[in-house]
Design a protein. Sequence first.
Length: 170
Amino acid sequence: MKKIYLAGGCFWGLQKYMSVIQGVIETSVGYANGFVENPTYEEVCTGRTGHAETVEVIYDENRVALAFLLRLFFEAINPTTLNRQGNDIGKQYRSGIYFVDSEDLSVVREEIEYLNRKISGQSVIEIEPLSKYYIAEEYHQDYLDKHPGGYCHIGPDLFRRAKNAKPDKA
């Protein structure tokens, strides 16, 4: 199993979106790459902890390639808006790819180059090694499964496409 950490607006929708992709084994939501230890949701929402709302994605690299996951991630976010996705505004809602395996960096860079060509511009997705990840409070985990009508900046058509996408294998 491999891990990648993805940030793109409110983590509720991104967690649900990533969880429906074939080859994704497990997801959790939390706070990544900030400077406050064990932050609470309320602290992160102030924008003063440096954390991004982030989804931990654990996937089977024999069933789905990282490049495939990243391309689906790019479809779920606006890669050109800084610190904003949909109605979510603030540094905690920035888009980011946080890797734990240094070998993944080359794949991430290749996919960012692909994305930049596709959008004919420059994405503002933060790319960094994961420095810290704190799992969010239990009530945030699988939030949209618990509250199907809950807020989500990702449209239902994208959920269907992600669920039905045939993964590229590693």
